[in-house]
Design a protein around this ligand. Structure first.
Ligand SMILES: *Cc1c(COP(=O)(O)O)cnc(C)c1O
Length: 396
């Protein structure tokens, strides 16, 4: 290929030697091989002409494959260091498609502070199809081990978890899972491959809500999956095609556009998040701060073993529901909304937003108190963000 001067191919040093920031820009589809165009063309087509009826084209129908979506799928596979990437219409489409690998009678061990939509999928939909889940505190390996049954087929992890940023030891859980012939699946939405590449630590399937940091601009809903092996890649592709949970081509393009700046955005936001976490932890009127980069975070050491950064999400307890609501209605800069991982800061109120459907006792048990706020730090000037939060916290 390099003979033909394809600028996407390296002629000298191997691609494997490239650093992550380089891979983000030179991922294989950054220059159109046919025309030299500086971005992947949007192949807005549902079907493809068979020039030679005896030799079907490599793409024949866009549910089964489309070159624009394929470029995105190859992109995320490169970033996560896996064998195959797949793109879906939302994070939940990626997650539900992955769960379709299981059958009636199968059992899955799931982290108890799993994303709310995943909890709903397991307890409100998949249970009707005979797929059973046990929720455990994954930070305690003994709880994971105790949940094993003869019909257990997988463990499902999320680290850091939402919104209290609990840390699970990926290698420890994955090693145990492999020893028991279980698949390991991890939702890597909060860290992204920029900070955490679970496949390198033995995880079989990595899932993303690309709606968050990967897309990064609060303008596209998408999900991604990456498999460690070819066999799993083939199986998941079969599910994606069979279920039709694919991502459209316009959104595939938009997502690639966003992903190119992932490194710059994450690095900037993390620097600010660290300042915010420190600033909050020095205030006597803040009850608790949750950020894996703080010395006080119980999971910090494990997190540092498996990730190269702490991310851009900081949760903190302002003491009461009344005060939380006062802050939410007084801030001027952040979007007050669900979601996270965008260029603009987003302030969420888990008790009334993402975790509203959880019974109050369970919610409190998991540390999601009435005073808990979740700050996803964007790209604004951190001084301005702190000043804004300060005036909101001073409101009586
Ligand atoms: C948002 C989110 C999801 C769901 O993704 P959608 O794109 O909203 O379908 C799954 N997991 C985590 C951790 C999320 O934050």
């Amino acid at each position: 290929m390099s003979d033909q001067g394809n600028p996407n191919e390296l002629s000298g040093a191997g691609k494997e030697d490239r650093k992550f920031d380089t891979k983000l820009i030179h991922f294989g589809g950054e220059v159109d091989a046919a025309t030299g165009a500086s971005s992947v063309p949007i192949y807005q087509a549902s079907t493809f002409h068979h020039h030679d009826i005896y030799n079907p084209p490599s793409y024949d129908y866009s549910r089964s494959g489309n070159p624009t979506r394929q470029a995105l799928e190859d992109y995320i596979a490169v970033l996560e260091g896996g064998h195959r990437g797949l793109a879906f219409s939302s994070g939940m489409a990626a997650i539900s498609t992955a769960f379709m690998l299981f059958s009636a009678g199968d059992h899955i061990i799931v982290t108890e502070d799993v994303y709310g939509g995943t909890y709903r999928l397991l307890t409100g939909i998949l249970n009707r199809f005979g797929i059973e889940a046990t929720f455990v505190d994954m930070t305690k390996i003994d709880e994971v081990k105790a949940a094993l049954k003869p019909n257990t087929k997988a463990v499902y992890l999320e680290t850091p978890s939402n919104p209290t940023l609990k840390i699970t030891d990926i290698a420890q859980v994955t090693e145990w899972a492999h020893a028991h012939d279980l698949l390991s699946i991890l939702d890597n939405t909060f860290m992204t491959p920029y900070y955490q590449r679970p496949i390198e630590q033995g995880v079989d399937i990595v899932l993303h809500s690309a709606t968050k940091f990967l897309g990064g601009h609060s303008d596209v809903l998408a999900g991604l999956a990456v498999t460690r092996t070819e066999t799993l890649g083939r199986k998941l592709k079969y599910m994606q095609n069979g279920l039709g949970t694919v991502l459209g081509v316009q959104d595939s393009w938009l997502l690639m556009r966003g992903m190119k700046t992932l490194g710059a955005r994450m690095a900037h936001s993390e620097k600010s998040a660290a300042k915010l976490a420190k600033w909050l932890s020095e205030r006597s009127d803040i009850k608790a701060v949750f950020y894996p980069g703080l010395d006080s975070h119980p999971g910090r050491e494990i997190h540092e073993k498996q990730s190269s950064g702490y991310g851009a999400v900081v949760s903190f307890d302002v003491g009461s529901g009344e005060r939380a609501k006062r802050v939410l209605s007084s801030v001027k800069l952040p979007l007050v909304a669900v979601s996270l991982g965008a260029v603009e800061s987003i302030l969420s109120y888990p008790a009334m937003m993402s975790h509203a459907s959880m019974p109050k006792e369970v919610r409190h048990e998991r540390g999601i108190t009435d005073g808990l706020l979740r700050f996803s730090v964007g790209l604004e000037d951190i001084g301005d963000l702190l000043a804004d939060l300060e005036q909101a916290l001073e409101r009586q």
